[in-house]
Design a protein around this ligand. Structure first.
Ligand code: GRG
Length: 279
């Protein structure tokens, strides 16, 4: 029987990660923009993407910790930028994020735009220190760009046409949410110098768990999304019961992949967390 504790593993990883994240902007001199940039980094996200990087790296035993750190910092900076820009009045126009005022509510719209830009730019500066830069750079660029998160957001704002079918909605979330989660898993594999076959397993795991994570998110946001002009959601399209069943099918796919990896306990626990989470 395995004695793996997800709570203790994730707590340890998060504590180390927070320390590194705090140091990213510490070399910049004090300024209003530095304070505003640090604000969304310090309002308590789950850090699920860095945890995916580390779990995927650990799935192979030994890994290059510098590579995993650069990748996990870079991906969290990109995730944070996407939240800051997503909250802006021209996008979702949200006042609160993680129970606290959004960046534009706290500092104004123009500074919030710059905060997002700075986070995205810094993500690539941090990544430039990766010992695996040649492999990680294209993965992160693709996941954040038009074949990934930006493409998904473009569908989400209706720029690519109305989202009416399950196929449309799945495509939206494969790009908007799934791309960064899948990339996180691949980056962990790169840190462990996984083979092409192993990276393909991580890609399949990442795709499945990314969708499971989003389906769970839609279930958590069921009430909020109900409004007539609320965002398209799986719950609206499928109903809560079928949404839950679909999340569990993706979860099962992710667990199946874990059977082919040498040390998958953290990846397995993250798949479980993705569907059972309450926040
Ligand atoms: C505006 C460039 C741009 C992109 C926006 C990813 C995205 C595209 C917007 C974020 C808003 C959102 C609800 C995305 C769906 C993915 C998702 C569930 C994000 C929240 O991620 P968590 O739960 O957030 O990991 P925390 O707060 O834990 O960091």
């Amino acid at each position: 029987m395995s004695s793996f504790s997800f709570d203790s593993w994730s707590q340890t990883q998060r504590t180390k990660f927070e320390r590194s994240l705090r140091s990213v902007f510490s070399s910049h001199s004090e300024s209003c923009i530095r304070t505003a940039i640090e604000y969304p980094l310090q309002t308590g996200g789950k850090r699920i993407r860095p945890l995916f990087v580390l779990a995927a790296a650990e799935a192979f035993g030994e890994y290059n910790t510098e590579s995993a750190l650069c990748s996990s910092l870079s991906i969290e900076l990109i995730h944070t930028y996407s939240l800051v820009h997503d909250d802006l009045p021209c996008m979702d126009d949200d006042d609160l994020r993680r129970g606290k005022p959004t960046v534009h509510k706290q500092y104004g719209e123009a500074p919030a735009l710059l905060v997002g830009d700075a986070l995205l730019t810094e993500a690539f500066a941090v990544l430039s220190n990766s010992p695996h830069l040649k492999q990680t750079l294209p993965i992160i660029s693709k996941a954040a760009g038009i074949s990934g998160m930006i493409g998904g957001q473009s569908i989400d704002i209706g720029f690519e046409g109305a989202v009416t079918t399950l196929e449309d909605l799945t495509r939206l979330h494969v790009h908007k949410t799934g791309a960064l989660i899948k990339a996180s898993c691949l980056l962990g594999g790169i840190a462990a110098e996984a083979s092409i076959r192993e990276l393909m397993l991580l890609e399949t795991y990442g795709n499945a768990v990314g969708l499971a994570f989003q389906l769970a998110d839609d279930l958590l946001d069921e009430e909020e999304d109900k409004e007539e002009n609320g965002p398209p959601s799986f719950v609206k399209l499928l109903g809560a019961e079928e949404t839950r069943a679909t999340a569990l099918r993706y979860h099962a796919q992710a667990l199946e992949i874990c059977l082919s990896l040498p040390n998958p306990q953290a990846l397995r626990a993250l798949a479980d967390f993705s569907v059972s989470r309450t926040y």
